[in-house]
Write a protein that binds this ligand. Structure first.
Ligand code: ASP
Ligand code: MG
Length: 415
C-alpha cells in the first residue's frame, strides 16, 4: 500500500484536481491513502482570517473570497457540494472561541482549509469513478495540546489509524487531510506550516506502507533552490541521513519531521512532479549505500545573530553553557548554528520578534556581566559536499559575520 501526498499547488484549480485524478489512475488496481493540503494559498488566507477575527476585526471579506474560490472550483468540476457548511463552521468557531489562547483559536479555524480541499477532491474522484472514502484526519492523528505544532501521540495515533483504515482500504482509496489532528479531548490541532508531508509519513509509518509519494511542482529534490541558484540539479537518490541534514539546514522541499518516521521503518520516500508524473524524481531510502553528491546548497534569509560576550575577567568557559542552551530550548528557539570562542558565543536563529524579544530579555537578565548584542536581517548559507571553487563563487564579495566548516558542511552567515 502506498501513501500519496498532494500539496496545495497541485489542487490550486479545477485542472489541478483533474490532474490529481490522472496521477491516481496511473496506479491501477491499487488502493491508496491520499493526503491533501489546503488549496493554493488557502492556509495563508485563513491565518489572516484568524488574526482579524481574534482581534475583533471584520474578517468576512477574506472568508467570502475563499468561499468564492472553492465554490468555483467545485462548480467547474461539476460537483454539487454544500461548502457553505464549512464557512458557517469557521464563523461559529471564530465567535465562540474568543477566550481561547490565540494558538488554539488559530488551529480551530485554519484547519478548515484541508477539510475543504479533501471534500472537493474526494467528491471529484468518486464522480470520476475512483471509489474512495473521505476520513477526518482528526480521528486518525492524535496529538498533545501544543497548538500550531502538535506533538504526535504515537500509541494512540497508531491504534486509531490501524482501527479505521484497513477496512476502508479494502473497498477503495482513502482521502484524508494533511496538517491537522486532534487532542484526545477533541480539540483540533495543526502540525506546523507545511506539515502535510509529515501527516503522510505518520500514516505510512502506522500502516507499514511500501512507500510514500510526495507530488510537487518541482521535478524532485534539487541541489539548490532553482529560484535562487541557476545551476540547481536533480538529486535522483538520497539517503535518509542526507535528507535529514538538508531539511535541518533549511531545504524547504520536504517538511523536516517527515523523514524520521519513514527511516524507522525503512519506507522509501519518492518526491515526484505532478506536472510530469512519469519522470524519475527523487527517491530517499536506505542509509546503507554510498551516494556521490554534488555540492548541495541551502539558503535561509531572516537570520539573527546573537553575540554573548562576557566581561573582561570572565571567559566563555566560565559561563554556564547548559543554562544558555536551556534558555533557548525553553523559548522554543531552534539554534541554526553556534560558534564558541574564548571571548564570545555567537548563536544564529530565525528572526521572530515574538520569540526573540522575551529571550533577549531573559538572556540579559541572566548574566549581569555579559553583553548581549543582536544583528538581524542576515542570510545563512549552508553547503554540503562543498568544493573550494563552489564556495568561492557563492560567497565572493559578501560581508561574512561567521564561518564554520566541517569535512562535509560549510556555513556562512552574511549580510
Ligand atoms: N496547508 C498547510 C500549509 O500551507 C499545510 C501544508 O501545506 O502542508 O502550511
Ligand atoms: Mg499548503
Amino acid at each position: 500500500m502506498k501513501v500519496f501526498k498532494f500539496g496545495g499547488a497541485s489542487v490550486k484549480d479545477a485542472d489541478g484536481v483533474r490532474n490529481v485524478a490522472g496521477i491516481i489512475r496511473r496506479f491501477p488496481g491499487e488502493h491508496l491513502v491520499i493526503v491533501v493540503s489546503a488549496i493554493g494559498k488557502t492556509t495563508n488566507a485563513l491565518e489572516a482570517v484568524a488574526r482579524e477575527a481574534y482581534a475583533g476585526r471584520d474578517s468576512v471579506a477574506g472568508l467570502k473570497q475563499l468561499m468564492a474560490t472553492h465554490t468555483s472550483i467545485a462548480t467547474e468540476l461539476g460537483l454539487s457540494l454544500d461548502l457553505g457548511y464549512f464557512f458557517d463552521q469557521i464563523l461559529t468557531q471564530a465567535e465562540k472561541n474568543r477566550d481561547m489562547p490565540f494558538p488554539q483559536y488559530y488551529d480551530q479555524i485554519v484547519s478548515t482549509g484541508e477539510q475543504l480541499s479533501s471534500t472537493i477532491l474526494s467528491a471529484y474522484l468518486q464522480q470520476d469513478g475512483l471509489e474512495n472514502t473521505r476520513v477526518d484526519a482528526r480521528e486518525l492523528i492524535i496529538t498533545d495540546d501544543a497548538w500550531q505544532s502538535g506533538n504526535v501521540l504515537w500509541v494512540e495515533t497508531t491504534a486509531a489509524i490501524r482501527r479505521h483504515l484497513p477496512a476502508l482500504l479494502g473497498k477503495g482509496h482513502v482521502v484524508t487531510q494533511g496538517f491537522i489532528g486532534s487532542t484526545a479531548s477533541g480539540y483540533t490541532t495543526t502540525l506546523g506550516r507545511e506539515g502535510s508531508d509529515y501527516s503522510a509519513a505518520i500514516l505510512a509509518h502506522a500502516l507499514d506502507a511500501e512507500g510514500q509519494w510526495i507530488w510537487k511542482d518541482v521535478p524532485g529534490v534539487l541541489s539548490a533552490d532553482p529560484k535562487k541558484f541557476e545551476d540547481a540539479t536533480l538529486l535522483p537518490e538520497l539517503t535518509y541521513y542526507e535528507a535529514i541534514e538538508m531539511t535541518y539546514y533549511g531545504a524547504s522541499v520536504i517538511h523536516p519531521k517527515t523523514i524520521y518516521p519513514l527511516q524507522q521503518k525503512q519506507i522509501p520516500l519518492h518526491v515526484r512532479s505532478f506536472l510530469d508524473p512519469g519522470a524519475e524524481g527523487t527517491v530517499i531510502a536506505t542509509d546503507q549505500k554510498y551516494i556521490a553528491y554534488p555540492p548541495v546548497v541551502m539558503h535561509k534569509t531572516g537570520q539573527t545573530l546573537i553575540s554573548i560576550t562576557p566581561s573582561l575577567t570572565t571567559f566563555v568557559a566560565d559561563m554556564q553553557m547548559a543554562d544558555i542552551y536551556g534558555l533557548f530550548s525553553r523559548h522554543k528557539l531552534k539554534i541554526n548554528t553556534i560558534q564558541i570562542a574564548a571571548q564570545s558565543v555567537s548563536i544564529v536563529v530565525d528572526y521572530n520578534p515574538y520569540v526573540l524579544e522575551p529571550l533577549m530579555q531573559d538572556l540579559r537578565g541572566f548574566y549581569s556581566h555579559v553583553q548581549v548584542r543582536e544583528n538581524t536581517n542576515l542570510q545563512l548559507l549552508t553547503v554540503r559536499h562543498y568544493s573550494q571553487e563552489v564556495l568561492d563563487r557563492l560567497i565572493s564579495n559578501k560581508k561574512i559575520f561567521l564561518e564554520q566548516r566541517s569535512r562535509s558542511t560549510a556555513q556562512f552567515l552574511y549580510e
